[in-house]
Design a protein around this ligand. Sequence first.
Ligand code: HEM
Length: 474
Amino acid sequence: MPAEKPYDEKMVLRMITWSVMFFLVGTFAGMLGRIAVSTPGFMENVTFYRIVTHHPLVLVVGWASLAVMAIVHFSMPLVSGKEIYSGITGKATMWLTIMSAAMLVMAMIPGLNGSTARYSALPPLFHPFFPTMLSLCIALTAVIFYGGNILKTFLSLPEDKTPHTSCWYFTMSAVLGTLFLGMAGVPLLLQSLAGLYQTDGLDYAWALDPLVNKHLIWWGLHSYVNQMINIAVLGMLYVAIPLNVKKGIYSEKGATWGLFLYIIVNNMAYFHHLLMDPLPMWQKVVGQVATWFLGLTTALSVYNLMKTASGGEKWGVPMKFIVAGLIGFVIEGSIGIFHSTLPVNIFAHNTQAILGYVHAVFYGYISMCLIGVLYTIVVHIKGSLYSEKLGNIHFWSTIFNLTGMVVVLLVAGYSGMPRNVQVIDPYYQPHMALATAFAVGLFASSAVGVYNLYMSANACTEKSGSGAAAPATA
Ligand code: HEM
């Protein structure tokens, strides 16, 4: 590998290609789920539950995690000038994640016995065993490989040079993500095994108390999304924005404080998922207050990143997605704070409003930022996008359809429509028909983006990709 390209270009492009493929399949499944809610008889009830259980799993493992891995395997070598510690472990991480996500896709196929129950306390979450539970075990193994490899890379950076801010973000995200996912995942795995091997007359409820189970699920999910994914997303923005606007980070100190404060409050915020459960009052108060403080850390990061983004070169397609993602961060943060306030949680809990919020987080913030950073990487490596015009169509159609879908789901939820149901009260038929129309549009926009990213990564001829280091500081 030439010294000026310390990242493994082939592996990074392969990870990007697979991640966008899973994005396509995952959003297609989401669209089918939406059609099923608005069109009675469109699919069997059991198939609906299989789809809505695996749609988020495919997108979190196959899209978001793999995209994060691609971006970190590109960015960390780029800013430090040092290769990832173990290339073989990097490849193993990639193939295990791909294998896991492919099994999660298969689990949606009727007859293959994927799980139909997400977040249920008991019986065990991922029962029956094949293929859902097995694929999640493989994903966990991949995350452990990834976490170890990124930590080793960080520890082997030259001692005489202060590491780039984003290297701290990547390392904390990989290490904390692995640690917390492992601490929640292993007991959940044991519980599922207890369920799998139950014999007549022996109830597996002994394995874990339902409330402890729920704590583990939410602690694990919250930590994974907010640490492994979210911290990494912020870290990669500190690389991608300077690369795009050709200027340094506005405040290195602000970036360090943003990370430190985020880690502290984030780990106390997960109680907000359990506000309607019989928790001691102090845990509910901690959940609410920590979530409000998350708003402050969000504001700090967004301010620093927007100041970095302004005043430099004109924003192209990658920056449009990144800035929209940051606006999405503020919007989803505000909805999150609203929902985790007890009097609001009483009427918003378990309604379609949660789905509005979830898609503001996962699509409006996380996916928009990931797409922006992936566009940045392919432009950096290949010199240009396959099509700037398709990039702009992708951007504006996503904004239109996503905003529409989120708003309709919030309105339906605040009017009292429950989530995770296929058979609905006729009063909500217009809401669901409109949500489906936006969902179809959103899938079409996503498909345009996947095509553009795929072609940019695989079909563009190399024009001016330099692989040179990003501007680091102001
Ligand atoms: C075309 C785009 C999308 C559509 C049409 C869509 C549709 C859906 C549907 C129908 C559900 C289940 C609703 C229910 O349980 O009643 C759902 C849930 C979910 N989706 Fe999506 N989705 C899309 C994109 C995404 C993306 C890109 C992500 C993540 C990166 C995502 C993450 C989730 C999550 C985490 C849930 C579970 C929410 C819960 O806790 O119940 N979705 N989505």
